[in-house]
Design a protein around this ligand. Sequence first.
Ligand SMILES: *[C@@H]1O[C@H](CO)[C@@H](O)[C@H](O)[C@H]1NC(C)=O
Ligand SMILES: *[C@@H]1O[C@H](CO)[C@@H](O)[C@H](O)[C@H]1NC(C)=O
Length: 353
Amino acid sequence: MTIVGAIAAGNAVVLKPSEVAPATSSLLSNLLGEYMDPSAVKVVEGGVPETTALLEQKWDKILYTGNGNVGRIILTAAAKHLTPVVLELGGKCPVVVDSNIDLKVAARRIIAGKWGSNNGQTCVAPDYVITTKEYAFKLIDALSSELENFYGKDPMQSKDLSRIINSRHFHRVTKLLDDKKISGKVVIGGQRDKANLKIAPTVILDAPHDSLIMNEEIFGPLLPIVTVNKIEDSFGLINSKGKPLAAYLFTNDKKLKEEFIRNVSAGGMAINDTVMHITEPTLPFGGVGESGMGAYHGKFSFDTFSHKKAVLQRGFTVDADIRYPPFTPGKVKLMRALLTGDILGIPRALIGL
Ligand SMILES: *[C@@H]1O[C@H](CO)[C@@H](O)[C@H](O)[C@H]1NC(C)=O
Ligand SMILES: *[C@@H]1O[C@H](CO)[C@@H](O)[C@H](O)[C@H]1NC(C)=O
């Protein structure tokens, strides 16, 4: 948990869990209230009024996880006090699937990243897949059979799939699915149960670029697959959208892998997998561009909640005249030589600068 880094770096913490998950919010409030020193860790529960009141205070640092709209509100409020901010937002995280890979393992790893955690309701979940036209059908077959292995013939009955968090989000996700631009393009799933807030793992083939689903962060169990003529064409498609929090590539091709790492801008990446990079504590976790700013996890959390205070300490013994007026031509010449590096290897402090 991120607050461990904050506490390790010597901070007191006020935690505001999301009101969208009220049971988790109250569990955190009860457990942290019971086990943590209340003068160091406090939990504030509530919604917009509570968050607004918190944001009026002057903090040393604010870390927010969520969406870009609220991210902008946080950053604006923080600007009033010049408070530094870490924003972990989301975006459309792409998965590029090259041919000639171990399709079964790739399908399993895409499913685990997309539906395995919160049924697509995570910020690093695969948002859409890009593959070549001829490979798309193989990929759909592999996804279909592995989905059945994991969730049975009727995924709506599976105990291993999360519900949609609330009815507002259920409507948001089904609106993407009901867009006329993708009608007839559902190749896996599509079932929904409004009363129980369930939506089945759903794959959509060839969603047009101007469809809602290709322009909004999905944050739910829908997975559009878009096809390209050459796998290299995926780079331009990804870079035409806001920079994602994560980007994934499945390939056997070393050159493609290297170009992907170099040419695609994303908060983080996993090659031949999805999501797992965030479990690695030696890697910083954070966004770039529209997916956020700042990073944390492991030692990076400690660094994020620390200030690197620079302190120079000196004695009185050496106090060269060159630093003080009058600036004679001789002093200026020596100064210039020092600043341009003509005199190398002499620490400036040693000669009194
Ligand atoms: C990646 O960038 C390099 C250098 O800008 C360029 O030569 C290459 O074509 C790019 N690759 C792809 C697949 O876009
Ligand atoms: C991805 O998997 C393929 C097949 O096992 C392998 O050839 C390739 O080197 C892997 N890529 C990386 C970055 O490990």
